[in-house]
Design a protein. Structure first.
Length: 79
């Protein structure tokens, strides 16, 4: 869970610094962070897709596919 929180905080920092639409590089960085976090829980079968839309609020859409969920014992204990 700590890694998920760290990834979320890093993504938030990147989003807060960007005043213009996110560059492809920023989207790729966030998608990699999210993929790393999701890989601790799922066996991903492809890349994570990220869409960010700015309006009154920022809308974030993530899409990923997995072939399975990792067994509970592989989560590193503590859950």
């Amino acid at each position: 869970m700590r890694r998920l929180r760290e990834s979320a905080l890093r993504a938030r920092d990147v989003l807060e610094r960007e005043k213009q639409p996110l560059s492809e590089g920023c989207r790729a960085l966030i998608a990699r962070d999210v993929a790393a976090a999701l890989s601790e829980y799922f066996v991903l079968t492809g890349s994570v897709r990220l869409k960010v839309e700015r309006g009154e609020k920022v809308k974030i859409t993530l899409e990923a596919e997995a072939e399975s969920i990792l067994p509970f014992a592989s989560f590193g204990g503590g859950l």
